[in-house]
Design a protein around this ligand. Structure first.
Ligand code: ADP
Ligand code: MG
Length: 390
């Protein structure tokens, strides 16, 4: 993969930077969480330092055409504040007015294009849009890891038409996630939770093969427990997932004891913060109740594994952490990772959100900015947006 270091002289060059500014808005025209904007600042600063003229391109949400509520205007404002420098917002993605604004850019200045998904060709990787976007720049840099698993104009089409490189964030994401799967300090411990086995089956399989221990939590536990004959009550657990879980339990690595399931649970009558949590010192969820968190003995057991690991990868919350009474399991795993001496990597939208919510992000080796992209990389798949940069 080509990186910023591989790019020759950038001074005065127009550099098109694919960033991931797909941030949550507060409904009043403000950015509600600017984490994704801040993550890409090192790349922007580096390109500015080298005298590039920056043209930034991002999507925001899933607009159907030019819907004003999906404008990147709030992002341009927040980015200007973060850089302490005016970032202009273009009136569109391509076209004469945009070209004129790009021509006016001086070295170190930035222009943010409007939401690239205002153009229908973006998600179809339309060659004509790719050519028009490429005409705005001399060099292409991709720093939007969260969309690298998509074959879109702004991730793949335009990258083929210009000299290209990965930005610092994409470089760090790929290097860290590859290290975990290819050359991890051992023992390697994977903690997998969240909602559905079927969505993550390939990730569980891969980790069962390469990790020294796979710890299961969250709603993902119930298909395994059901496959073992435990009662799961009304916990999230489809028959299909239980069948997949039975297949995983039959793998030699699982039989050798590398797959750890919870040993206790916290249940309640409904998915709500108002219901009374009931500790279950065992694995049978009573009829009419749902398991919503792992119990304290499970947390202690998982924390001990994490403390001894050379590297830890975590995806998926251990319970319904959005509800305060069921956040302890997720919090316990996050605390153990924050205190762990080994490499700690968090990948997944909700798990990353949990770590940020607990204020522990800075204590992890790496918190991935790409949920789906991180998992596809972990599965061993080639990401089209990364492949095109090599
Ligand atoms: P990630 O985004 O980190 O990959 P997922 O999207 O797979 O994670 O799962 C996150 C969701 O799973 C959260 O909304 C959480 O509430 C839910 N969840 C976790 N455990 C349970 C459970 N026991 N019952 C119901 N929902 C759960
Ligand atoms: Mg999620």
């Amino acid at each position: 993969m080509r990186t910023l270091q591989d790019l020759e002289v950038l001074s005065g060059k127009r550099v098109l930077v694919r960033v991931d500014f797909n941030v949550p808005l507060d409904g009043q025209g403000n950015v509600a969480d600017d984490m994704r904007i801040r993550e890409t600042l090192p790349t922007l600063h580096e390109l500015m330092r080298r005298g590039a003229r920056l043209v930034l391109v991002s999507h925001l949400g899933r607009p159907r055409g030019r819907e004003p509520e999906y404008s990147l205007a709030p992002v341009a404002e927040r980015l200007s504040a973060l850089l302490d420098k005016k970032v202009k917002l273009a009136p569109g993605v391509v076209g004469e007015a945009v070209t004129n604004l790009v021509d006016e850019l001086r070295p170190g200045e930035l222009l943010l294009l409007e939401n690239v998904r205002f153009e229908a060709g973006e998600t179809k990787n339309d060659p004509e849009l790719a050519a028009r976007l490429a005409a705005l720049a001399d060099v292409y840099v991709n720093d939007a890891f969260g969309v690298c698993h998509r074959t879109h104009v702004s991730t793949v089409g335009v990258a083929r038409l210009l000299p290209h490189a990965a930005g610092l964030l994409v470089q760090r994401e790929v290097e860290t996630l590859r290290e975990i799967t290819e050359n991890p300090p051992r023992p390697l411990v994977a903690i997998l939770g969240g909602s559905k086995v079927s969505e993550k089956i390939k990730v569980i399989e891969r980790f069962l093969r390469i990790a020294d221990a796979v710890l299961i939590g969250g709603a993902m536990s119930f298909p395994f427990l059901a496959a073992q004959g435990h009662g799961v009550g009304i916990s999230l657990c489809s028959d299909d997932d239980a069948e997949l879980a039975a297949g995983l339990l039959a793998m030699p690595e699982a039989k050798a004891g590398q797959l750890l399931l919870p040993v206790d649970l916290v249940a309640a009558e409904s998915f709500s913060a108002d219901t009374a949590p009931v500790g279950i010192d065992g694995l049978d969820v009573p009829d009419g109740m749902m398991g919503l968190d792992i119990g304290p003995r499970t947390v202690a057991r998982y924390a001990a594994c994490i403390a001894e690991a050379g590297s830890v990868f975590w995806n998926g919350p251990m319970g319904a952490f959005e509800l305060v009474p069921f956040a302890a399991g997720t919090r316990g795993v996050a605390d153990a990772m924050a205190a762990a001496p080994g490499i700690t990597v968090v990948g997944g939208g909700d798990s990353a959100a949990a770590v940020h919510q607990f204020g522990l992000a800075a204590r992890m080796t790496h918190v991935s900015t790409g949920g789906g992209a991180a998992l596809e990389l972990i599965e061993g798949r080639q990401l089209p947006g990364i492949e095109v940069l090599s």
